[in-house]
Design a protein around this ligand. Structure first.
Ligand code: F6R
Length: 599
């Protein structure tokens, strides 16, 4: 979704802002723009398409500005075009602003503004904010007070940054339900939708909360809460390594991030406290009382939750309900007392997951979040949080976050199993030891890349792709299909292997490659029967197993519940190489945004 970068300080900022926008490209966008304040004048430059188009249009003379805002737009209201791209200005051109989110009452606001003579240049919801600011500022208030008043009139979600040439050296901002974070350097302040935009310059960050309004000058940052009371917010130190936000010699972020997995899992495991009764910040007393678990998430994180259902039910013997966050709110669920609610999210900003979490909290459930971003909205709303330590995940298609989410969920399952008496201490220790070998197992699995690439070379022109699995590997089949369709744009579906004979087998023929996930387990023979069923219809079968059978992709041996954590890498390679053979834009697939901040 849209990306915002702002700078107010002592440094020439045009290049800083462009660099910041490039770091946010992963969010998905179709146009970009910048507003620079210099000599009491605001210069706005916009371009359709890539940030580099915008970069080429910025004049040398404008590069000396020390205050500016920039934006990448992912079209919601109005097509991708110069007129609709941000920054938007008021009638006089003195005020410029960028916005991420949706102003739900923009139509009624626009109608009134038009009646009062304002001229609109775009079809966007955002432009109303510029005209409202113009009116409020004319009433004689200072720019920041006028801005605060305007934010009161807006319904919906927004992160906004604005400038006014009549008050040079001031940048104002507001946040409600869309992410906004400030970066603090000794030469000034950054504003951004996400940390990678300024990580090269500072790891000191302030995450704003819903309702916050902010006034920034080169020397100061003032934050006001929803009641316009001046407050301070915690300065977080971000532990991400800058190189984690670079491609590091790889062709795409996605393949680099697959290769990051052993380290990311290691870092994640190392940060889980060794005292198992505190591993999830849940007091032991509470953990013992848990009678069941709700897990809510979207997309890939939802698939991690589905795998976790099998793992938790198997080890802890307590029921688990998993729901897509986007559907969760439509079910009149009567939450069961003593159930734990878990939200899983890489970004910590997914609007659907956040909304579901707020519902659960309002109904009195304790909320645990599993997130990758410290200080994100979901973390702030949760009672307890556990972090995946993946570093920034830049590729839109999630890879290392999935494996790390599963790592945390697997550890949680073991902990719940132990504190609830479903497994003994000795069993816990054996299973936990096996989990601790995961980084090494992943390193071994990475060696399969070439083999997977050869298979991808043979099948990439297929009209359709199928994935099958049973038990904990069934949701992995769903994830394999999602990964492939996201980045290849080809049709792909995942099925429970036992279900194909009930209908889906109709789509199988000699042109459809079928990936079968077949770990060693009591269900192995059944998986082979499913393979026979599709083979009899002529399908090419690609078996991913840990049984050392011939002509299969053989990953290191683990118990069947740890298998999805290892085999995910193979499916990610498969999707990556098919998309690469098809020449797709892998890191920024069409129509997709990394952080989905609207419901
Ligand atoms: C898929 C993908 C998305 C996200 C989903 C949730 O590759 O990246 O499906 O998993 O949008 O995002 P988070 O985890 O940030 O809540």
């Amino acid at each position: 979704m849209c990306g915002i970068v702002g700078y107010c300080g002592k440094e020439h900022c045009a290049n800083l802002l462009i660099e910041g926008l490039k770091k946010l490209e992963y969010r998905g966008y179709d146009s970009a723009g910048i507003a620079l304040e210099e000599n009491n004048k605001i210069v706005v430059v916009k371009a359709v398409g890539q940030v580099k188009n915008l970069e080429n249009l910025i004049k040398k003379s404008d590069k000396k500005a020390v205050l500016g805002i920039a934006h990448t737009r992912w079209a919601t209201h109005g097509k991708p075009s110069l007129q609709n791209s941000h920054p938007h200005t008021d009638c006089s051109g003195d005020i410029a602003l960028v916005h991420n989110g949706i102003i739900e009452n923009f139509l009624e606001l626009k109608k009134e503004l038009l009646k009062r003579g304002h001229k609109f240049k775009s079809e966007t919801d955002t432009e109303v904010i510029a005209h409202l600011l113009e009116e409020e500022y004319k009433k004689g208030k200072d720019f920041f007070t006028a801005f605060q008043k305007v934010t009161r009139k807006l319904k919906g979600a927004f992160a906004i940054a604005a400038l006014n040439s009549k008050e040079p050296g001031v940048m104002v901002a507001a946040k409600k339900q869309s992410p906004l974070v400030a970066g603090i350097t000794n030469k000034g302040f950054f504003l951004a939708s996400d940390i990678p935009a300024f990580l090269k310059h500072t790891n000191k960050a302030i995450f704003f909360e819903d309702g916050d309004t902010v006034k920034i000058t080169p020397k100061s940052i003032e934050i006001y809460n929803a009641d316009f009371r001046k407050i301070t917010r915690k300065v977080h130190t971000i532990s991400w390594d800058i190189s984690a936000a670079e491609k590091g010699g790889f062709k795409h972020f996605m393949i680099k991030e697959i290769f990051d997995e052993p380290q990311a899992v290691k870092d994640t495991l190392q940060t889980l406290p060794p005292d198992i009764t505190k591993a999830f910040s849940l007091p032991l007393k509470e953990a013992k009382k848990i009678e069941g678990v709700y897990i809510v998430a979207c997309g890939t994180a939802y698939h991690a939750a589905l795998v976790a259902r099998y793992i938790i039910e198997h080890f802890a013997k307590i029921p688990v309900e998993v729901e897509m966050a986007s559907e969760f709110k439509y079910r009149p669920i009567h939450f069961k007392k003593n159930w734990l609610f878990i939200a899983v999210s890489q970004s910590g900003e997914t609007a659907d997951t956040l909304a579901a979490l707020k519902n659960a909290k309002a109904d009195g459930l304790k909320v645990l979040s599993i997130c990758n971003v410290v200080g994100s909205a979901i973390v702030r709303e949760s009672d307890y949080s556990v972090f995946t330590h993946c570093g920034p995940e830049i590729s839109v298609a999630s890879t290392k976050a999935f494996t790390c989410q599963l790592t945390v969920l697997y550890a949680l399952a073991l902990q719940l199993a132990y504190v609830q008496g479903a497994i003994t201490k000795a069993e816990f220790e054996d299973l936990y030891q096996e989990l601790l070998t995961l980084p090494e197992l992943l390193k071994q699995t990475l060696k399969l890349e070439n083999e997977v690439k050869k298979i991808a070379a043979k099948v990439y022109k297929s009209p359709s792709f199928v994935f099958i699995g049973r038990n904990a590997s069934f949701p992995l089949a769903l994830e394999g299909a999602l990964k492939l369709k996201e980045i290849s744009y080809e049709h792909a579906e995942g099925f429970a292997a036992g279900e194909i004979k009930h209908g889906p087998i109709a789509i199988i023929d000699k042109d459809v490659p079928v990936v079968a996930l077949a770990p060693k387990s009591d269900l192995y023979e059944k998986m082979l029967s499913s393979c026979q069923e599709v083979a009899a219809r002529g399908a090419k079968i690609i078996i991913i197993t840990n049984t050392s059978v011939k002509n299969a992709l053989d990953v290191p041996y683990t118990n069947e519940y740890l298998f999805p954590l290892v085999a995910a890498t193979v499916l990610q390679f498969y999707a990556y190489h098919i998309a690469n053979f098809l020449g797709r834009e892998i890191d920024k697939p069409r129509n997709l945004a990394k952080s989905v901040t609207v419901e």
